[in-house]
Design a protein around this ligand. Sequence first.
Ligand code: GLA
Length: 408
Amino acid sequence: MRIAVLLSFATLALTSLTAASQATAGAQEQPRAPQEVAQTPPMGWNSWNYFAERVSDKDIRAAADQLVATGMKDAGYVYVNIDDTWEGERDASGVLHANAKFPDMKALADYVHSKGLKIGIYSSPGPKTCGGYEGSLGHEAQDAQLYAQWGIDYLKYDLCSYTPDVMEKQAPGDKAAQMRLMTSAYARMDKALKATGRPIVYSLCQYGWDAVWEWAPSVGGNLWRTTGDVNPTWDRIYAIVSQQAGLEKFAGPGHWNDPDMLEVGNGKLTLAENRAHFTLWAMLAAPLLAGNDLPNMKPEIKAILTNREVIAVDQDRLGKQGTRAYSEGEVDVWTRPLAGGAMAIAVVNAGDGRYSTHPFHLNLRKLGLNGPQTGKDLWTGKAITLNDGQPLELASHDVLLVRINAPR
Ligand code: GLA
């Protein structure tokens, strides 16, 4: 397994070298896209978690309007991303057209841009997307050029049918060869995107398979999904969070772990669960792509999504993802180093109940801290002092998030 991984790295390195020398040779005619996209985790909204396959042009325009009207844009949410089910048919020259739900993509992109926002789109390296719509297999360069013509700023590239239709067919039973096919498919689209000269955020979606965090940056990935799909239940959100521990060393400016899009405001999540979900995504330096029904957003959900100080933790310029410092039974303690020597601490009660006779006692020494620490509780907005052994009362699935500017 290890040897297989090393071998595929060697192949990848060779592929990138070849790609790099080809790019240098063709530098005159093929402009390279600037690399400065996603210097902090991308923020915006994506259609999938709320609309799924029902999304239309009208919903995208309404989402753009609402990002502006609710102040979310000012808080940093800039990408308006169309997920699966926009794709129509290819014409005789292979040019892909959007389906009837999206009558004019260029006009839609212009509309989103006119609001000072950016627009994202979705495809698959396979023949079909996960929803069974047209994928980019064999049309990568053509599709990338089309996105650039429309003015697209972000692509989510979802493995889907590439597994059964290409990997398993071309290399039956040979997992290492299948992985090489997968990485080369992602490298191919990266090259196609860069050849357009347009800065396009490149989001890999292959559910974390084959330790994607180890190779995604080498195929130009600005972010990569680390797990299967999120859904709006505490159990799923908490399972995803637990699978992020240990991945912190792979994230940094321009390349981020993606624990999937936000479910804040969706399903039956309680207010505490929404708060904990958002807090943990901020601790993880995760992309913040809201996925809720913006025109009908409740004020308390808006308050969570626009909490500037929590967003500042997510967007911290140091770009260091948080670590699960320790767990004690049902309580987890996460820490994240922030620019200027500051630190964020999140304490999460993942349990279903806790009685005041047995509060959780925070162990500051396990966080490398000595004595009382003064900071700010980012959900109440109040000053707070944390002492070693501090008893903390946390409701079920709730969180304490503290920023300490001068930790000792
Ligand atoms: C996969 C992805 C989801 C979404 C759907 C669309 O399941 O993981 O995020 O894009 O496909 O079909």
